[in-house]
Design a protein around this ligand. Structure first.
Ligand code: ADP
Length: 407
């Protein structure tokens, strides 16, 4: 089944056309700076050179129209007509407590995603705009929502409750939700294919290290704890997000700097993390280069980033009473041997032993084992593929819908 996967940010739309009969990528692309004077469209049909154009794209509806035009461009036709696309899968960041699984989108689901805006004010509104725009352009196919939070529905109360009065959980659903669920799910499933151990007995720690970053403890195939929380701001230090901090720092800052609340929000989400620590960059490649040139703050930012990962590895090994495998994925996890090495250094007490040569020799885009053969815990680099998870879930739900006796 040909599935279009849509991932909308506030000023961007990522798209991916996937044939689910063989899980092949037919075409992908990215529209950035929607609403700015010039938007950028990167379009990449499989096996061909990517094109990059500047356009004026005012909103998400226009962006979707542009995507359809690119896919049907007579000079390089990917599809003959919109009806070639049989279903659309949407990444939705926050499903609240409502959605344990992916669902076909109808009025009720749209309403529920809207209700979750309160919980994810930065993410759910653009996700909704993307859904509405795609429904306008492809009205006759099933649209499916795949939630970042769904995989973490298995968290037990002791992992998802915060130490605040219980009525706030009951009244406002303040709890840990966790994010990057599709990625943690995908890499853990890739690992299960490599090991003989039954899934029910397998304990995995998955480290998704991109601009956003999170660690998840997966016991018996289920997420049992995860570093992001009520929002994607907590846990690891990230590109521009602070990760875990003592909440009192916020009161202190508000007082000392006379910060209005929305500035505090921006400070912790957009000006903190690696960027804030280094005072130089959020991008790990830049930090590594500058640290190698002797910049002390860039080095410190890297040190804090890795230390935090190590803390979570230790903590989740305790939570699961063991760990069979540590998995690294996403931009940093897949491409930065230095970070992987620092994150798992001196963990021999836990039976975790990195093979330096294997770690350095990882081929981009490949699944590679980077632990020594003697290590009690496997360490793997596993490239993530969130779009594929979304496409497969979407195809399954669309197929089931087409076989329903009610249709
Ligand atoms: P996003 O969360 O935006 O999807 P990605 O998964 O693309 O993020 O990861 C982006 C991060 O990966 C950036 O910090 C980038 O510097 C880092 N990265 C990508 N390639 C490398 C590399 N070769 N070495 C170190 N870091 C890298």
């Amino acid at each position: 089944m040909l599935v279009l996967v849509i991932n909308c940010g506030s000023s961007s739309v990522k798209y991916d056309l996937i044939e689910t009969s063989d899980n092949s990528d037919v075409c992908k692309g990215l529209i950035e700076r929607i609403g700015a004077v010039t938007s950028i469209v990167k379009h990449e049909p499989a096996g061909q050179k990517a094109t990059k154009d500047s356009k004026n794209i005012a909103n998400h509806v226009e962006a979707l129209k542009e995507i359809m035009n690119y896919l049907m461009n007579p000079e390089n036709r990917i599809i003959e007509s919109p009806s070639d696309i049989k279903a659309v899968g949407h990444r939705v960041v926050h499903g609240g407590e409502m959605f344990k699984d992916s669902v076909q989108i109808d009025e009720k689901v749209l309403e529920a995603i809207e209700q979750a805006i309160d919980l994810a004010p930065l993410h759910n509104p653009p996700n909704l705009r993307g859904i509405q725009a795609a429904m306008e352009h492809l009205p006759n196919v099933p649209h499916v929502a795949v939630f970042d939070t769904a995989f973490h529905h298995s968290l037990p109360p002791e992992a998802y409750l915060y130490g605040i009065p219980n009525r706030f959980y009951r009244r406002y659903k303040i709890r840990r939700y966790g994010f990057h669920g599709t990625s943690h799910y995908y890499v853990s499933r890739q690992y299960y294919k490599l090991t003989d151990k039954p899934v029910e007995q397998t304990k995995v720690i998955s480290c998704h290290l991109g601009n956003g970053a999170s660690v998840t403890a997966i016991n018996g195939g289920k997420s049992v704890d995860t570093s992001m929380g009520f929002t994607p701001l907590s846990g690891l230090v990230m590109g521009t997000r602070c990760g875990d901090i003592d909440p009192s720092i916020m009161f202190y800052l508000v007082e000392k700097e006379e910060l209005p609340l929305n500035n505090l929000h921006a400070l912790l989400n957009r000006h903190s993390g690696l960027l804030g620590l280094s005072g130089y960059a959020a991008d790990m490649r830049d930090l590594i280069t500058e640290a190698q040139n002797g910049d002390r703050r860039c080095q410190q930012a890297i040190d804090v980033f890795c230390y935090r990962i190590k803390q979570f590895i230790g903590s989740y090994t305790a939570v699961m009473n063991g760990c069979d495998a540590i998995l690294f994925t996403a931009g940093i996890g897949e491409n930065a041997p230095l970070i992987r090495k620092k994150a798992v250094s001196e963990l021999s007490y836990l039976g975790i032993e990195l093979d330096d040569a294997r770690n350095e020799a990882v081929t981009r885009g490949k699944i590679e084992k980077i632990s020594t053969d003697a290590s009690r815990t496997d360490i793997y680099v596993i490239p993530t593929n969130e779009e594929l998870v979304i496409a497969i879930d979407t195809a399954k739900i669309a197929q089931a819908a087409s076989q329903s006796p009610w249709i």
